[in-house]
Design a protein around this ligand. Structure first.
Ligand code: CA
Length: 372
């Protein structure tokens, strides 16, 4: 934890330096909107904010990240910004987090953009795209490739400022109770799989269902769904999916590096003095990286334990993989033709994917192939 706090403090300093240089256009921030007198009183004020999440209380990785965020913000602001974290269902149900922060019921929310696909077709592009960017590449696109500006443009009409606040790294392909040999095995299968991956799954013959993590186990157990993807070994073991499903498929074609989001009510954000804005952005960036680091470390022991418990780890057959990849192309094109913002965001995303792929083929991929 000490290392985390130090990193956050350093990050805060760096962000402040950037702000001093005037390069804060992408930071959604607000200097100039409050007077010097207001700024002085804002420096004394203690802000008590609520942060609602889509996760179960203290859930490993995903649910702990907003708690870490709140602790960091408290320490970095010397107690001037207090953030109280609420699990899914404590103030609002998981899938109402977006609306609750948009209308000011809570000042902040932590979840995933693809849960809001029904409101904004382009939202899932800021979580994960099937066969798209991995975690490292998502961060590159969002922070240095124009992604964050587009994300803020998309959420602005909803009175929200989004930012990256976690990434699980590449996920697993999901839990099944029957073997997958051909794409025909998807037929009639009801699977919990949100976002664009869900659209592809449905197009490939299955039926995609979106439900929060906390409902998956019972739904699998009672047969409400036949299959489910959640995250990766660390989280899937925590939920005990190995007790209700036999086969664990890899890799997670549908979520190669999903970004987790922090959303902030824009009006509330504009009341914060400049230094607290910098602290919020820095703490978000710290948990964004820390979550990925945690998954990178903890998935390994969890995978070993799942194997020891008798879970059958299976690779998606090439035939299934090839159909999913081609179906993804059709789904992306169709979405782009239906929605202007989807088209605009995906143009940026896809151009970035192509450019980063050219280099990662001869760096990351070449290295993994050679390592052993
Ligand atoms: Ca997932």
């Amino acid at each position: 934890m000490n290392a985390l706090i130090k990193a956050a403090a350093l990050c805060a300093m760096m962000t402040l330096l950037v702000s001093c240089g005037g390069n804060d256009s992408a930071q959604g921030h607000n200097s100039g909107q409050i007077s010097a007198g207001q700024e002085a009183s804002a420096q004394q004020k203690v802000y008590n904010w609520k942060l609602v999440t889509t996760w179960p209380k203290n859930f490993p990785g995903l649910g702990v990240a907003p708690e870490n965020f709140a602790k960091l913000v408290d320490r970095m602001s010397n107690g001037r910004l207090k953030v109280k974290v609420y699990a899914a269902g404590e103030i609002v149900p998981a899938l109402e987090v977006f609306s609750a922060v948009s209308n000011g019921t809570a000042e902040m929310g932590h979840g995933a953009a693809y849960y809001w696909k029904g409101k904004m077709p382009a939202a899932p592009l800021f979580t994960s795209v099937p066969f798209g960017l991995n975690a490292q590449e998502m961060n590159g696109w969002l922070y240095h490739g124009g992604g964050l500006e587009l994300w803020r443009e998309l959420y602005a009409p909803y009175n929200l400022v989004p930012m990256p606040a976690g990434n699980t790294g590449i996920q697993m392909g999901g839990w099944f109770n029957k073997e997958l040999n051909t794409i025909a095995d998807f037929k009639g299968l009801k699977m919990r799989i949100p976002g664009l991956g869900g659209e592809v799954f449905t197009r490939a013959g299955g039926t995609a269902v979106n439900m929060p993590g906390g409902e998956i186990y019972t739904s699998l157990q009672t047969g409400v769904i036949d299959a489910a993807e959640w995250v990766a070994p660390y989280n899937d073991l925590a939920f005990g999916f190995n007790n209700v499903a036999k086969y664990y498929y890899y890799p997670g074609w549908h979520e190669p590096g999903p970004t987790i989001e922090l959303i902030i009510n824009k009006e509330a954000y504009q009341t914060l003095p400049d230094d607290l804005v910098a602290i919020v952005e820095s703490a978000a960036r710290t948990i964004n990286q820390d979550m990925l680091d945690e998954y990178t470390s903890r998935n390994n022991a969890a995978l070993k334990m799942l194997k020891e418990k008798g879970v059958e780890i299976r690779r998606y057959p090439d035939e299934v993989w090839n159909v999913l990849r081609e179906t993804t192309k059709a789904v992306m094109e169709e979405n782009a033709n239906k929605d202007e913002m989807f088209k605009k965001v995906y143009a940026s995303y896809d151009a970035y994917r192509k450019s980063v792929n050219a280099y990662h083929q001869i760096s990351e991929r070449a290295y993994y192939d050679m390592r052993d």
